[in-house]
Design a binder for this molecule. Sequence first.
Ligand code: SUG
Length: 445
Amino acid sequence: MTRNEFYGEVNFDGLIGMTHNYGGLSFGNIASANNKAKPASPKNAAKQGLAKAWHLARLGYKQGILPPQERPFLPILNKLGFNGNNQQLLQHAAQDKRLLANISAASSMWAANAGTISPKYDCKDNKTHFTPANLITNTHRALEAAQTTKMLRTIFCDEARFMVHDPLPNQSLFADEGAANFMRMSKSHGEKGVEIFVYGRDGFESYSGKFPARQTMQSFEAIARNHQINIDKTIFTRQSKQAIDAGAFHNDVVASANENVLFYHEFAFENEEALKREITQKCDFEPVFIRVDNNDVPIEDAIKSYLFNTQILSKPGERMTIIAPMECYETPSVKKFLDELITRNTPIGAVEYVDVRQSMNNGGGPACLRLRVIMDEADIKSIKARVMLDEGLYSDLVNWVDKYYPETLLPEDLGDFSLLENNYAALDELTKIMHLGANFYDFQK
Ligand code: SUG
């Protein structure tokens, strides 16, 4: 690799699907519960997501896009004993609004939950390993795993470079939510790193909390083994129950890492000091800990604003930039913290605010919307699908959204057969725009 070739982080954002709505489906996710049944705007949602991705691409960061899934997802209904043509199947599902909502969620937009990824620099066989998340804690999310696996294998198709595993077994012991509970620290992205797996519960214990702990220790141990990463450079640490009970259903709601920086709320981990010691011992560089005290930013403000669901981005020769949702700008304690942070002597030197409100209202911030993959130029060139965001793809996708997406959507609209037909037509066209091949979606078979 020559020095002027790119190697570093590529952010793949989930393109928001046209059934985006507020279903109130995620127990323990406060925004999802608070916005249940409010009108959503799929068109605005998709455009906000694309605008965020395009903004980052224009700032000079490598940016990719991941296609949405087909929803409402009818194939599951056959397995549940319903019969008939598509229209009849949808009518059956519409008899039970809860079932309809679960098979209709556009939740694959939150690409941080697509899977856990170990960059090749950490893996024995020098391949980048992916484990798609089984997402079994929530029905609407568990439906994503099969298509996510297919999508990752379609995009990261070069088997000499990428290894896409099957999701872990669908058992509570192996409950897995992917990169939302994973952090990696390294001197720079394109070097060996320390992988930090943050679990919410030990799957063999009985867990009782106000809200579910979605990730088990056993799932992450299995992933670390499958990815063949060096155990001396691996850390397993427990998310605090206090954080989960406050609404941090994923670790990326209270902590985030980028290269040598760990940015976290003081209540994020069960044992902060032990974690810091282990990081210091396992990193072959000086880690920087940016701890946010509850006195400065109460955990409720952190969760409401998604201060830690910001994207911390690196560019060679520059201080890091934080991409924060507008809600951080509007939450006084958080705005004050960020204003001060960039004046302090830390690697973070700038903040940019983006509007992803439609997603935020379902508990998905800027960092939830993206899957981080460390790649070099040759890895990127090996991708055959048209997923790397440039001006041409951005404008094709915006036009596509304008052509098909509804302005507003309520949960009760999901049973409308014309919405399903429109979605199939849209996704059919999308597979051509993004060069995803024939039969990418079940309905195309
Ligand atoms: O799994 N919300 C998602 C939000 C995921 C956020 N991702 C990360 N933190 N990385 C979830 O709870 C709500 C859907 C609804 O209620 O309609 C939802 O699935």
